[in-house]
Design a binder for this molecule. Structure first.
Ligand code: PMP
Length: 356
């Protein structure tokens, strides 16, 4: 029996992907071995990584002047890679939540970092408008976190800036079409919409590669990975294989347009329930709402705890909000079926009637 898993990550993978992986577990396409057991230098593995890269390029419509890198170390390692590779004099960071603050704190170790926006005081409930952004003159880049996993907000627009734009898409990549050409570097940990944990995807303009600081460790220099087809060392082979299967699944349901249709439908069901209720209190303001992480609370922390306890009894997993944020968070990534959200809303309405 599979539960509805609302985890913020690692999170649900599409059932057809898991079933296909299970089928191919001990013998991948007649190779007589599992993808897990394969040399990354073998011909058969090379075709897997090439296929994953080609499908990602096609599904996301990545322009030819962008490199796609398969790295490790999580999105957190990119918090250091980005300044090491891109920072020359100064950079600007928009602090809109938990992980953008972490990225900012890490970047400060490497040079002059300017805060372009910080909405800590309003509990990260809203994304700043374009005219509220204060990007320092001469910034080497502006860093944003496009979807805030912890607080449940998403940038409703792509900022127009005169410096390169760097974005953490960990919790929204592949959830809807996005114009890659508006960004100079996109990065994402795989464990929400792409694959199991252990793979980090970096998509960056080729022109940004090759000017890392002198003392940049080899493994943190984008040039190392670009020059070696993401195989300077052993890549996360199985994760890349699962990414390939996930991309095939996305293609089968209409690409990112199809994905977006499903995701907006799911998010609407949940937000409509919150907006119709005088019991649940949504965290994110209307113009800044995430379609991946829906955050809210009940009237009291005691009722939040009761809600989570009851939800677990009914087979809804991981609805407890992030420890720093409290409340409730339903992460409804690509693999969450519409029925999962409908079942959650049904439970929420019952819980409200019994506890309001
Ligand atoms: N950025 C965002 C938006 C995230 O949601 C997360 C993890 N949940 C991270 C960065 C950190 O990722 P990792 O654990 O892969 O280092």
């Amino acid at each position: 029996m599979r539960v509805y898993n609302f985890s913020a990550g690692p999170s649900m993978l599409p059932l057809p992907v898991l079933e296909r992986a299970a089928k191919e577990m001990t013998d991948y396409e007649g190779s007589g071995m599992s993808v897990m057991e394969m040399s990354h230098r073998s011909k058969v593995y090379q075709s897997i990584i090439d296929d994953a890269q080609a499908r990602l390029r096609s599904v996301m419509n990545i322009p030819d002047d962008y490199e796609v890198l398969f790295m490790q170390g999580g999105a957190s390692q990119q918090f250091a890679c980005i300044p090491l590779n891109l920072l020359k004099t100064k950079a600007s960071y928009a602090v809109t939540g938990h992980f953008s603050r972490k990225a900012y704190d890490e970047a400060k170790r490497f040079g002059e970092i300017h805060i372009a926006s910080d909405n800590t005081d309003i509990g990260f409930a809203r994304i700043p408008a374009q005219e509220e952004l204060d990007v320092a003159e001469g910034s080497d880049y502006l860093h944003i976190c496009f979807n805030n996993t912890v607080y449940g907000t998403k940038w409703p627009y792509i900022p127009a800036v005169s410096c390169p734009l760097v974005a953490d898409l960990s919790s929204c990549i592949l959830s809807e079409p996005i114009d890659v050409s508006k960004f100079d570097l996109i990065y994402a940990g795989a464990q929400k919409n792409m694959a199991p944990a252990g793979l980090t995807v970096v998509i960056l303009k080729k022109s940004l590669i090759g000017s890392a600081r002198e003392d940049t460790p080899t493994m943190l220099d984008y040039k190392t990975h670009a020059a070696n087809g993401s195989m300077y060392n052993t890549p996360p082979t199985y994760q890349i294989y699962i990414l390939k299967l996930v991309l095939e699944w996305i293609e089968s349901i209409g690409g990112l347009e199809g994905m977006a249709k499903r995701n907006y439908e799911k998010a609407k069901i949940l937000y409509d329930c919150l907006d119709a209720s005088s019991f649940y209190i949504p965290r994110a303001e209307k113009g800044s709402r995430s379609i991946m992480n829906v955050t809210y609370r009940t009237p009291t922390p005691e009722l939040d705890a009761k809600f989570v306890a009851r939800s677990l009894e009914l087979g809804f997993q991981n609805l407890k909000g992030y420890r720093a944020a409290g409340g409730i968070r339903a992460s409804i990534y690509n693999a969450m079926p519409v029925e999962g959200v409908e079942a959650l809303v049904d439970f929420m309405q019952r819980f409200e009637r019994e506890n309001a």
